[in-house]
Design a protein around this ligand. Structure first.
Ligand SMILES: [Zn+2]
Length: 265
């Protein structure tokens, strides 16, 4: 029954060879989803990227995304790389804290210990990116927050949401009712970042489309010319065009989705 309510969850995504047949250890798209300075291209050993910042394990030279399971009981063991400064660690912990508080501790980030089998390892790698959901069956699961360019509250929140199992809002199956993708303004070769996931792969959790989601792209994401790549369709929602992708916190709907997905009371 729960599956009927699950939204923005990736069950199984079979990626097309055309887009994702990428060599091992390929670097990700030049990406600045967050409009921040100092970013490198995303890079992860043994993974490639979809939608800019979602890492997907590579297998035999091709990305094969199988499932994005939840973290059992909403508990996410983690560690934060020792090389971050105390201020940077505070920013990262602050994002975790917002998720915990807004879900009344239904979702909890806890320091890993020696008996932890899978944990989220926050690393100062190249770019801002995360895997989807609890992607590993053992050992550390990396989430990269490059010290220059990614260690901001809203970026950490966004990547933690991916790690909890959420895709980008504007790739949900019904997005064409709410936004129009301006293909002519997208950087050549980055069109695939605007693909829609089919309803067989993701669920909307029966929640309304949310321009204010921390998981929504900016209107100029992957723009080649500074013009919008994402336009709001309805006149009554036009104000969102300048605001989407620029929020600093979880939206009310983000919180509702987290609670629904993790069966919080
Ligand atoms: Zn993202």
């Amino acid at each position: 029954m729960m599956f009927q309510y699950v939204k923005l969850l990736l069950y199984s995504i079979f990626l097309s060879c055309k887009v994702y047949a990428i060599p091992l250890e390929d670097s990700g798209d030049a990406l600045n989803l967050f409009g921040l300075e100092g970013l490198s291209e995303n890079y992860a050993i043994g993974a490639t990227f979809i939608e800019g910042d979602i890492a997907v394990p590579l297998k035999a030279g091709r990305a094969v995304y199988i499932r994005s399971p939840k973290w059992p009981n909403g508990i996410v063991p983690f560690d934060i790389h020792a090389s971050y400064t105390n201020d940077q660690k505070s920013v990262i912990r602050g994002a975790m804290s917002e998720i915990m508080k807004s879900t009344n501790n239904c979702i909890r980030f806890v320091e890993r210990n020696s008996s932890t089998s899978v944990w989220l390892r926050i690393i100062p790698s190249r770019g801002c990116w995360s895997y989807m959901g609890r992607a590993k069956s053992s050992g550390p699961q990396d989430l990269s927050l490059q010290p220059t360019g990614c260690v901001y509250h809203q970026v950490a929140l966004h990547e933690l949401m991916h790690a909890l199992g959420f895709i980008h809002e504007q790739t949900r199956p019904d997005r064409n009712q709410y936004v129009r993708i301006q293909t002519e303004n997208i950087q050549s070769g980055n069109e695939h970042n605007f693909n829609i996931f089919p309803s067989t792969s993701v669920s909307t959790l029966n929640r309304p489309y949310d321009y204010g989601s921390i998981m929504h792209y900016r209107s100029d994401a992957f723009s080649s010319n500074g013009l919008p790549t994402i336009k709001v369709i309805t006149d009554t929602d036009k104000d969102w065009e300048s605001k989407m992708g620029r929020g600093m916190n979880l939206s009310d709907q983000d919180v509702e989705k987290l609670k629904a997905y993790y069966s919080c009371s």
